[in-house]
Design a protein around this ligand. Structure first.
Ligand code: F0G
Length: 354
């Protein structure tokens, strides 16, 4: 059995923009579970698979790109990095920077990030700055600072390395299933991941490693759906904070993924997102953060609208771990039973048959 050492030291290395001189700064990201969902398959009449990206080292798909971005920054001798984030990019940047011996500065929208994600950044030793503004404001400031100071920007905008790393999710899926699926569903915020995932499928097809390409189905939260409306949203709203983004940096890439694949980018309500969030945990044993359930919400919405042909093979990116957003979980019906430490009392509370 071969042992997994992370993306840069895997067979996927040849698809990554690294050289012999690039040090591998890795936390053994990638190689995440691809689980068949019996429940979603039954509901939709399709063959539905979940790509569980919350199993990455810092709990989201961001680690795939960050290993490449930070490794290349280390190769250049960078000492500090900066990024804007709704929480997951910052957690990942902070962890990989720590591993590389760099300092990280992360800019997040004040009050707009799940506290555990802030705690990750702080614990990994990053300088975390809460900005009075949106994610889009944070990104504008991060780009400006990287332009004028000796700090490397590790957002995917202006850093193709991140997207090259994120492409590996498609390689893993094709290698596991033997070919590309018919449809790939995923949440969309800044637009990087749909662009990268589509790019990964294209890379494999161009190399003859897949015989076909999937339709890319991206889903935004209804209150933060600029790509659906075709115009930026000044004051984006959604309880799925990871995708609360009004002006996606990789706008053109996301639209190109939709157009080239014959796919769609549609909106799902927070109610649909939270229903999918509960269902994933309850029926599949997969605890995702709310934003990460948007792909499931979207698939069910398309099915309800009669737009899903039965028999398709579908993969859904479950982008981040549910442990990252405990507030969302605790506010969504958390009612443990209490009793004394007597077996009879516990049996009564559990309504165990005599
Ligand atoms: N799912 C999760 C859990 C995310 O954190 C993000 C983006 C997305 C989906 C959307 O991916 O932006 O490439 O379209 N999070 C970024 C961040 C914005 O700062 O962590 P996208």
């Amino acid at each position: 059995m071969s042992i997994w050492h992370g993306l840069i030291d895997s067979d996927y290395r040849r698809w990554l923009p690294v050289t012999r001189d690039t040090p591998a700064i890795s936390l053994n990201e990638g190689n995440t579970p691809l689980l068949r969902s019996a429940h979603l398959s039954e509901l939709t009449g399709c063959e539905v698979w979940l790509k569980v990206e919350g199993a990455n080292p810092t709990g989201s798909f961001k680690d795939r790109g960050m290993t490449v971005a930070i490794s290349r920054a280390a190769e250049r001798g960078a000492e500090s990095v900066i990024c804007a984030s709704t929480g997951n990019t910052s957690a990942s940047a902070a962890a990989y920077a720590a591993r590389a011996g760099m300092t990280a500065a992360v800019l997040v929208p004040k009050g707009g990030v799940a506290p555990v994600k802030l705690a990750q950044g702080v614990r990994y030793g990053a300088r975390v700055v809460e900005i009075d503004g949106t994610f889009d404001d944070c990104l504008r400031v991060a780009r400006e600072l990287a332009g004028h100071h000796p700090v490397a920007l590790v957002n995917s905008v202006g850093n193709e390395l991140r997207l090259a790393g994120q492409r590996t999710v498609a390689y893993e899926i094709v290698d596991a299933l033997g070919d590309a699926p018919d449809v790939h569903c995923l949440p969309v915020g800044n637009g990087g991941n749909i662009t990268a995932t589509w790019g990964g499928y294209r890379t494999y097809a161009d190399a003859g490693l897949a015989t076909r390409l999937p339709r890319m189905w991206g889903f935004q939260a209804a209150g933060s759906a600029p790509l659906v409306h075709g115009a930026p949203v000044a004051d984006p709203q959604t309880a799925a904070s990871a995708i609360r983004i009004g002006n996606p940096a990789t706008w053109d890439g996301a639209i190109a993924a939709r157009e080239e694949s014959g796919g769609l980018i549609a909106a799902v309500t927070d109610e649909q997102i939270f229903a999918a969030y509960r269902m994933l945990a309850r029926r599949d044993g997969v605890f995702a953060e709310p934003a990460s359930a948007a792909g499931v919400a979207g698939l069910l919405d398309q099915h309800a609208r009669g737009r899903l042909e039965p028999g398709l093979r579908i993969v859904i990116t479950i982008s981040g771990n549910g442990l990252k957003d405990l507030d969302a979980s605790l506010h969504d019906g958390y009612t443990p039973a209490e009793t004394s430490a007597a077996a009879a009392d516990v049996a009564r509370v559990l309504r165990l048959a005599a």
